[in-house]
Design a protein around this ligand. Structure first.
Ligand code: MG
Length: 301
């Protein structure tokens, strides 16, 4: 038994490691986000947005600066070629870091205006890049640079990196944020975190059916309490592991809350990592945490 793990549904005993210890791998940041596991190097990168840096953790416990300034980078993922894909609040763009270290801008404008501040990003098996564009990086000078929005809303986008074609796939979010595909990529989950700046705002994850690169049949999948679902990942059985105000919450594919992993600080995001992909790396306010679970991550990489 563990004080860290709260079992709401008996199935959560099989998804977690009851004797696993929550480890704090690093602290001292201002607002951590965007963890990504780099399998070939066995390292974790994550953003410290207000400090304008990307940090790097290695299994020996060393933590160093991967990139500073980072143009206030937020969410990251990797494409099928293993290249780092990053959302940058400060430069209001999505970039790809090439294998030689050069940075290529993939998207920075839509319909004649600059993007708001790309927040989180995933890559599908057809190489398309899906990202959210809320205004958190332009609301103040804390996580980016204060500026007016040049977009008609806060959209979810799909980018074809081969052609540069950038399309809006959802336009009715207030603050779209984290996103992830089901393991078969038939369902896309996207969170709305409007409550972060509005007590009455949304704090839920929505689900959509994905058909030919478009979204259909929107529905509310889960309402997060306390806090918001800033970021989340999905395991190989389709369970959703999401950030919340008191830790990590786990939902089955039907939307039933199975249990919680309590974290001492509000959680922003997480990723499955480690050589077995059975270790959750969790960004939470000032710190990076890790805990082993009994599931493996479905997301690429
Ligand atoms: Mg986010």
């Amino acid at each position: 038994m563990s004080e860290t793990i709260e079992y709401i549904d008996p199935r959560f005993y099989e998804l977690t490691q009851p004797n696993a210890r929550l480890e704090r791998l690093h602290t001292g940041s201002l607002w951590c986000e965007g963890p990504v596991y780099i399998a070939d190097a066995d390292i974790v990168l994550w953003s410290d947005i207000p400090n304008d840096r990307i940090l790097r953790w290695t299994p020996t416990g060393d933590v160093g600066v991967f990139r500073q300034p980072s143009r206030h980078a937020n969410g990251h993922t990797r494409d099928r070629q293993g290249r780092l894909i990053s959302c940058e609040h400060g430069a209001r763009q999505v970039t790809r870091t090439e294998t030689d270290g050069r940075v290529t801008v993939l998207a920075d404008r839509y319909d004649g205006g600059r993007l708001n501040s790309p927040n989180d990003v995933i890559v599908a098996s057809d190489d398309s890049i899906w990202f959210t564009d809320p205004p958190y990086g332009i609301l103040s000078d804390y996580e980016g640079h204060k500026a007016e929005s040049e977009q008609a809303g806060c959209f979810v986008f799909r980018l074809d990196p081969a052609t540069g074609d950038l399309r809006v796939v959802a336009e009715d979010f207030v603050r779209p944020n984290g996103l992830a595909f089901s393991p078969d990529e038939r369902v896309l989950y996207v969170s709305d975190t409007a409550r972060s700046h509005d007590p009455e705002g949304h704090h839920h994850i929505r689900a959509f059916d994905v058909r030919d690169g478009r979204l259909e049949n929107p529905r509310v999948f889960a309402v997060i309490e306390p806090g918001v679902s800033d970021g989340f990942r999905i395991d190989t059985d389709g369970n959703i592991w999401t950030s919340a105000g008191d830790g990590v919450h786990c939902y089955d594919p039907a939307g039933t809350l199975l249990g919680r992993i309590h974290i001492p600080e509000p959680v922003s995001n997480l990723t499955f990592g480690g050589p077995r992909r059975n270790r959750l790396f969790i960004t939470a306010s000032s710190s990076l945490y890790a805990i082993y679970v009994a599931q493996t991550g479905a997301q690429w990489p």
